[in-house]
Ligand binder design. Sequence first.
Ligand code: PLP
Length: 446
Amino acid sequence: MDLSRKLYRLSRDLFPGGVSSPVRAYRPYPRFLARGRGAYVWDVDGRRYVDLCLGFGPLLNGHAFAPVVEAVGRQLREGSLFGAPVEREVRVARRLRALFPSLERLRFVSTGGEGAAALVRLARGYTQAPGVVKMDGGFHGSVDPLLFRAGSAATGLPASAGVVPVPRAPTYVVPFNDAEALEELLDERKDVGLVLLEPVLGNVGTVLPEPGYLRRVRAITRREGVLLAFDEVITGLRVAPGGAQERFAVVPDLTLLGKAIGGGLPLAAYGGRREILAHVAPEGPVYQSGTYSGNPLSLAAAEATLERVNASVQRRIEAETRHLVEELAEVFRAAGRPVSLPTLGSLFSLFLTAGPVRDAAEARAAASPAHTSLLRGVLDRGVFLPQSPFETFFLSTRHGARERERVVEAFSQALKRSPARQRGARRPGRRAPPRRKRRRPRTGPG
Ligand SMILES: Cc1ncc(COP(=O)(O)O)c(C=O)c1O
């Protein structure tokens, strides 16, 4: 029996679902990984995979990137935590500000979710308006006021048990790519202080903003006197060195960064306009703190990563991603299977539908057991990729022609074996089976 399977048995006794984060669990058992190098990972049974998951995004330069290994090793020997400011904090912040000029000031934290919670608190403290608008399908970490997805009314329904709607601090959910819906909502509700969105949705697959959408959102929020925050945890350093705000030339009031900026170690940051950040403690009344905030190890990895972020690296990784997507599109065409492969920068994803997917509702409608079975088939053929139709795939600077060939071959083989129609799809005249109860919320982090 596979060692992964054995370990999963032990894990299920120890951890809910056998994992430390929900989307790592999949059927029949998740592969336990032992090591990674460049574009590859190896599981505990010695199988090698091209990695398109990359830790759910952070590893822009692949696994065990030598400059990161060296910088972190050196820092570890010199001390890993001081509970005091360090010089590198200044250097890394200045590099980030050079890439994201909207980050006039910022605060380092350890995870994207921690940053999102702090950002919401800051917006509420600054505007004195409690309401928050997020997008259907937008994911910002396991943060109570943001764990809502669309309901039929404007106020969303919680995506998780234990999240309690707070009438005096409401979370409103509107569809992505629908500026009118946002406009109507802000027209009606005067208690909103913050609109928070992923400028490219990355947690329902990849959903690109339609031309002009982000600009309209910026114009509407400015007109209504509401803060606009971009969650660039996925898009930062990936859709352009300066994220979606550079790519689409739209400047938010606040920005959240995470994943890639830490070079594989836990680092995130939130920041934005100077006068807003002046409200953060100890300068202002909005409290936020963290023992590991701006820790030297993460900063060492961040600096080694940020030193190598530039336009020419971006062009290369983007060209490689586009090349892969084009070859995959050809594989689907040859197999006579509809597909949509949205891509931007070093992100892409897969929907088994011909039309473009414009929002979370369309992404959910496109998901099917056939999709899950295809992902499983690709995994079995040596490509490590998230086993959910609602995830984004990532490339690193270490992926090239050889890896592309392996990925294309794996998809090509898996498509031959995977059913075109949903298994269990109804034949005409048959009654619909009873709906299965959904046991797990689908919104989820890596
Ligand atoms: C867009 C986005 N924001 C925030 C987060 C939360 O980040 P973390 O998992 O580091 O808390 C995620 C995690 O996947 C994310 O995709």
